[in-house]
Design a protein around this ligand. Sequence first.
Ligand code: FE
Ligand code: FE
Length: 290
Amino acid sequence: MLTNNVAEPLKSLDEWEDDLLLRYPKPKAETQEKDKQEYRNYDDPARDTVREFYKLNHQFQTFDFVMQKRKEYLAFDKKEMTIWEAFDFLNQLVDDSDPDTDLSQLQHLLQTSEAIRADGHPDWMVLTGLMHDMGKVLCLFGEPQWAVVGDTFPVGCAYSDKIVYPEYFELNPDYNNEKYKTRLGMYVENCGLKNVHMSWGHDEYVYQMMKDHIPEPGLYMLRYHSFYAQHRENAYDYLLDDHDREMFKYVDLFNPYDLYSKVPTPPNWTELKPWYEELVAKYLPDTIRF
Ligand code: FE
Ligand code: FE
């Protein structure tokens, strides 16, 4: 069953994240492999919207598309907001589809940051949790779902078959491009991710927004949190340098807080706000440019 809007197959952005949870369920010892395998039955009709979403994503995330979006968004000339205005802005993304079970974007951010705080991690990591999905405002600037969320992957070289639904890359014009179709494509063995362009979405955008304000491990968490083909599957080891490998320990540390911190009771924002106001004031400027 497809939704009416072919360009926006997901009922909500959360559908991608709910699907991630099925692909990478919270470890429960022996049952995990079984759940995962059962889930790998890709014919489940419940996954059609997600499949349709990935088809668009894999088809249109070309090297040229990434370059075009970087030019468009990394100028940061769209909007200037305080962090609190930005959260209100982001929260306009609340859905339509499932108002009872869907948490607002702010609630997901707070649950992530609160889970990090409860485990006693440094305050910059709490801030990283709070900010990590701010890039989803791209949707509010008119970007389609497939250019905002979804697993990210390098462009400019062969697409790994460890990326979910790899068969759809055959629809991507870069798939047959001589420059890009080889294992290394335009890159050099172990050149480091600083030299690699990733598919465009909320990760790169929020990284660029925060890069002068958060310590480097937090920046890796922001920039690569949807790069499942690497942080879960190690599919691109040959592009990483030693520094990336060191920093991916932090990406791994972050991922469970993002995926497994969702609980049905929303955090009490009013109670928490003073603590977060102090945190934000410590690291971030008064306004952020989008
Ligand atoms: Fe995210
Ligand atoms: Fe998230």
